[in-house]
Design a protein around this ligand. Structure first.
Ligand SMILES: [Cu+2]
Length: 454
């Protein structure tokens, strides 16, 4: 692990040397509340009328939508049938126990054909999440090793808002050149009764997904976390970052509503079985920085308290060598892997990151594993709405974001661009807890096994 970068202590103490392994960090030893089996395999699937070679979980892509309740201990048995380079499953956005993060070469070895691996973790927060391969992920995610994970609020949660009438998933994925929602191209009719429908967008692509609805809607949650006090939006679209999730609450009347991607696939939802609905068209871009209950963000920031560590994550690019290959590679604070900073934290720290995108033209959806961070400001403009918690934050060219998080989940956590080809081109590092070490290695492990998370 430590060969992957150079420790950066962010102005905090150096702390103790590694003395316990990631493998020691496990979920409680009790019977699971939700039990699943996922079998990864090569396959073929007709997408948008084209027969394509894909990779499947349980015979289809997207794989099954896994549903559990907040606080559940989830157990998933992964079997790799015949995916040659091996498979892992990363539980994207779930702030789970450190050993179960599913990153090849960081938290486990890739699972080779004929092998299996059992994931066991508690799901601490309700919301919309997803899962995907984190071995050879540029290829395996693109080919379909993806699925949604929906965590319902615990019935004992007194703060649960009145449940919507209907609850739908809208998982965006592009197979070859065909962009789909829930695996279907074009327009798909879904009967729902009049009332409020929750539409859970998941973007499994490498680039942004611009989504909207033909009726006014509320942005109810971002990256699994509720946005209280959101106002009704009309003529607006929402940019779902690569890897990100956005839940919309759409009001459905006696006429159908179209909800989906601008100039892309959509769901037609409503009581009118003819499936007719107006086309999507929206002009105003939704901005989470100023949305929801005013002052909520400042309150959340002061509840976190002052940071003990301040890190800069400055994204650039230059020519040089990465793993001995000459080329133009991404840099973090001017360095190419393995000279990039590893952000060292201590359990209990409050940590601030300043993320700067210095690459002209390139959008970087930055994904931190195992944590949600509070967005504090963008280009110096403070967040003024409800607390905006993210695990997948889209940073546009020239932008600077300040985010703050509580380091309360020990482990070795990837912090990388979720445009996966960018990650493969060097836009990867880790947030590492002091005292922890991983026994896994990125690169060749045996003749059969190469851990290559991207
Ligand atoms: Cu990127």
């Amino acid at each position: 692990m430590m060969e992957m970068g150079v420790p950066d202590y962010g102005g905090g103490p150096v702390g103790r040397a590694p003395h316990r392994t990631l493998d020691a960090l496990q979920a409680p030893d009790r019977a699971p509340d939700a039990l699943f089996t996922l079998t990864a395999a090569m396959g073929y699937q007709v997408v948008g009328g084209l027969r394509q070679q894909v990779m499947t979980f349980n015979g289809s892509t997207p794989g099954p939508t896994l549903r559990a309740t907040q606080g559940d201990l989830v157990e998933v048995r992964l079997t790799n049938q015949d995916v040659t380079r091996g498979v892992t499953i990363h539980w994207h956005g779930v702030d789970l126990v450190g050993s179960q993060d599913g990153v090849a070469g960081v938290t486990q070895n890739a699972v080779l054909p004929g092998e299996e691996f059992v994931y066991r973790f508690v799901v601490p927060d309700a919301g919309t999440y997803w899962y995907h391969a984190h071995q050879d992920s540029v290829r395996e995610v693109r080919m379909g090793l993806i699925g949604a994970l929906v965590i319902q609020p615990s019935p004992s949660d007194a703060f649960v808002e009145s449940a919507p009438t209907s609850d739908l998933l809208a998982l965006v994925h592009t197979y070859g050149t065909v962009t789909t929602l829930n695996g279907a191209a074009g327009s798909t009719y879904v009967p729902v009764v009049a009332g409020t429908t929750r539409v859970r967008f998941v973007n499994s692509n490498n680039g942004p997904a611009l989504v909207s609805a033909t009726q006014p809607f509320i942005v109810a949650a971002i990256d699994g976390f509720d946005i209280p006090g959101g106002t009704m939006l009309s003529n607006s679209y929402v940019d779902v970052p690569a890897g990100g999730r956005i839940d919309l609450l759409v009001t459905v009347s006696s006429q159908n509503t179209r909800v989906g991607l601008l100039s892309g696939p959509s769901l037609v939802i409503g009581p009118d079985g003819s499936g007719a609905a107006p086309e999507l068209s929206s002009s105003a871009r939704f901005d989470a920085l100023t949305y929801g209950t005013p002052g909520g963000s400042a309150q959340a920031l002061s509840a976190l308290g002052p940071p003990q560590r301040n890190f800069t994550y400055r994204i650039g690019s230059r020519s040089g060598f990465l793993n001995g290959r000459a080329g133009t590679w991404f840099t973090i604070n001017g360095k190419i892997i393995p000279k990039v900073p590893i952000f060292m934290v201590r359990d209990g720290d409050v940590v601030r990151f300043t993320i700067v995108n210095r690459t002209p033209f390139l959008v970087h959806p930055m994904h931190l594993h195992g944590h949600h961070a509070l967005v504090v400001s963008r280009n110096g403009q403070p967040a003024t709405g409800a607390p905006w918690w993210v695990d997948s934050l889209e940073v546009l060219p020239g932008e600077t974001y300040e985010i703050v998080l509580k380091a309360d989940n020990p482990g070795a956590w990837m912090f990388h661009c979720h445009n996966l080809p960018h990650a493969r081109a060097g836009l990867v590092t880790h947030m590492m807890y002091e005292g922890i070490h991983s026994r896994y290695l990125i690169g060749r492990v045996t003749n059969r096994l190469t851990n290559q998370p991207e």
